[in-house]
Design a protein around this ligand. Structure first.
Ligand code: SF4
Length: 166
């Protein structure tokens, strides 16, 4: 059984084809300016964070910034749009924490380009949903068939754009 990561949870909410490609190690990120830009924002925003917060590895799920004193997961997004996929990713972090006995943590999604933050909490309904996400993801990535293109605006910013549409 494939290890489910927060990245796979995020991609599941963005595009099942991208999920399948990424999970099957077909990567195009090196060709994407958006990915490079995102890394720069992550590295250059709040540069004191690494000293203040803890990096956690839970079952292959990596949480970059955990504030153990206040029980807060901080996640920075380069996007200029608030997306459900980001919230799902942070909920997955919170779920993993509870599986490791760390209850009551919350998430803060930070959008430096928007100067906006969103608070994320994990509900009982979310825990049920996460089980469904995990089952769906396993099913999608085990398939021999790549899911179809989704023809959405986000495709233009995707590192697989040329692969999907040329
Ligand atoms: S270009 Fe569009 S269809 Fe292709 S992987 Fe990216 S989001 Fe999915």
């Amino acid at each position: 059984m494939r290890q489910i990561t927060a990245t796979l949870i995020n991609l599941y909410h963005v595009c099942h084809r991208e999920l399948w490609l990424h999970a099957n190690e077909i990567r195009m990120e090196h060709t994407s300016d958006m990915v490079t830009e995102g890394k720069l924002i992550g590295e250059n925003t709040y540069t004191d964070r690494a000293a203040k917060y803890t990096e956690l590895q839970l079952d292959g799920v990596k949480i970059d910034y955990f504030d153990a004193r206040n029980m807060v997961v901080h996640e920075i997004k380069k996007s200029n749009k608030i997306e459900a996929a980001h919230e799902a990713q942070v909920k997955y972090y919170l779920h993993k924490l509870t599986q490791y006995g760390i209850e009551g943590a919350i998430g803060i999604l930070e959008y430096p380009m928007l100067r906006h933050t969103t608070h994320v909490e994990l509900t009982l309904d979310d825990v049920m949903q996460i089980k469904t996400w995990e089952n769906d993801i396993e099913h999608i990535i085990a398939s021999k068939h790549m899911p179809p293109v989704i023809n959405k605006t986000i495709c233009k910013k995707c590192s697989y754009y040329d692969f999907c549409y040329c």
